[in-house]
Design a protein around this ligand. Structure first.
Ligand code: SAM
Length: 274
């Protein structure tokens, strides 16, 4: 066993019961394209590999690779990619199929990893991640909750978010200072997701709205959307960011995009008339 490295966010799972519950939640099957992020010493990898027969793991820490390869040899066919997961083209790993992503994520990098995985949503069947409990609560939060925010809106527009179980610090070596939780993310069918062309507008609106979450939307969205556009999206301009459901931001983005389009047309017409 290696000495866990803090700078790689290494907290190795050792609680058999927790490992079994996570593997049961994933329910890996032979033939599936399972990709684990941060296999570490293989606490989840080996039982996943045992069930699936073959899988891929992406690990940044070079020192963990050979011991993991040796442990996996008798269990199944493990492809190990030694890399920073943020630099791996996940969709390419799917090879035309659908990925099942899993991992006890390094907490220092959990949000960037989440958004990197969401960027490969069209090539993904589902994701099971261990994260800080507070992060899972933010991901699954509903409007009106104190922790409902940008992460909740952006993820819920893309996926069904299901918190599955909580995991106490003692389940890890060394124990982290926080409680952890496992969450399942299942991509929504493409037809239920916002038009990808709207994504930059939605991102900008959500960032602006929650950037000043105590202000009314009329104030926090000044420069993006006026009161008339907010009303046209079916939202009270006196409301605050935290009371607007994810689909409210999509409606608002449509208003903003069509107003910009009209302004653009107007400019083009004026230029043509000159
Ligand atoms: N899966 C193992 C377990 O449950 O015991 C280890 C989990 S540990 C919390 C996180 C793992 O992610 C470590 O093995 C760490 O080296 C790895 N890691 C950290 N940053 C990474 C990155 N950018 N890309 C891939 N793996 C990373």
């Amino acid at each position: 066993m290696s000495r866990p490295k803090k700078h790689f966010g290494q907290h190795f799972l050792h609680d058999r019961g927790v490992i079994e519950r996570i593997v049961a939640a994933i329910a890996p099957q032979p033939g599936e394209c399972i990709v684990e992020i941060g296999p570490g010493e293989g606490a989840l990898t080996l039982p996943l590999l045992d069930a699936a027969g073959r899988m891929t793991a992406i690990e940044l820490d070079a020192e963990l690779i050979e011991p993991l390869r040796a442990r996996a040899a008798a269990v199944g066919e493990l492809q190990i990619i030694q890399a920073d997961v943020l630099k791996v083209d996940l969709a390419a790993l799917a090879g035309g199929g659908k990925l099942r992503l899993a991992g006890n994520l390094p907490y220092y990098l959990s949000s960037p990893i989440l958004f990197h995985c969401v960027a490969a949503l069209d090539a993904t069947a589902d994701m099971h991640f261990m994260l800080q409990k507070e992060v899972v609560e933010r991901m699954a939060a509903t409007p009106g909750s104190k922790v409902y925010g940008r992460l909740s809106v952006m993820l819920q527009l893309a996926c069904r978010v299901e918190p599955l179980l909580q995991v106490p610090p003692e389940a890890f070596r060394p124990p982290p200072q926080v409680t952890s939780a496992v969450v399942r993310l299942t991509p929504l069918p493409a037809a239920q997701r916002p038009d990808p062309a709207l994504a930059p507008v939605i991102g900008a609106l959500v960032r602006a709205a929650f950037g000043q979450r105590r202000k009314t939307l009329a104030n926090s969205l000044r420069g993006f959307a006026d009161a008339a556009a907010i009303r046209a999206a079916g939202i009270d301009p006196r409301a605050r960011a935290e009371s607007v459901p994810p689909e409210g931001y999509v409606a608002l983005a449509r208003q903003v995009a069509s107003a910009n389009l009209q302004a653009g047309r107007q400019l083009a017409d004026n230029a043509g008339a000159r």
